[in-house]
Design a binder for this molecule. Sequence first.
Ligand SMILES: C[S@@+](CC[C@H](N)C(=O)[O-])C[C@H]1O[C@@H](n2cnc3c(N)ncnc32)[C@H](O)[C@@H]1O
Length: 219
Amino acid sequence: MADSDSRAGLRYATPEIVRFVDGLHARHDAALSAAFGAPAARGFPAIQLAPSEGRLLELLASLIQARRVVEIGTLTGYSAIRLARGLAPGGLLWTIEHEPAHAAEARARIAEAGLADRVEVVEGDALAALPTLAELGPFDLVFLDADKGRYDAYGRWAHANLREGGVLVADNVYFFGRLLDDDPDAAAMRRFHEEARDRFETACVATPDGLLLGVKRQG
Ligand SMILES: C[S@@+](CC[C@H](N)C(=O)[O-])C[C@H]1O[C@@H](n2cnc3c(N)ncnc32)[C@H](O)[C@@H]1O
């Protein structure tokens, strides 16, 4: 049940509530702690998913018994570990990262999590890397979490390379509160929303910065 305040976007979450529920539902083991803590420890931007969002990705991958997954935006591998843990037996994840130092740290954290046989960190710019991955598809799930001004292009690639019924997940779709601004990146994000609505069954979940979920339509 939502009330009028929560329907209008008001949040009841406090840092204390979030810590409490994350401790219950999105608890970190040693490997997740290491990947989650790595950006701060290494002086990288701490822009990884929240624990609850990471856990949601893991459950989504597991729900659809994903065997082939692409992630755009690895950072230090936190969401990659979550996604890889949700894969069906024999499943594979390709995760794309253009910063060599981020990619190296992610490889180390993924190996430490015992997932190196299931996860390939593809180093390079996503727009250049995606065409090289296409032949490995069709994919069951594509997760977007990199440069926001290109979500429209990433969304088109996802549509072309997901199987029917495959799942698109995109973080930061409120564009840090700038979704309605008059600038090219915000316009690209709005285009992403509109094209996703046209091609997928969609829901935009009111996480702190918005999470778009799409299921690719048949036909
Ligand atoms: C928000 S972080 C990813 C966080 C990660 N998904 C997690 O939750 O653990 C975005 C990452 O995308 C990378 N990135 C940004 N633009 C990119 C591009 N065009 N191609 C590849 N990687 C890119 C950044 O270097 C950064 O590491």
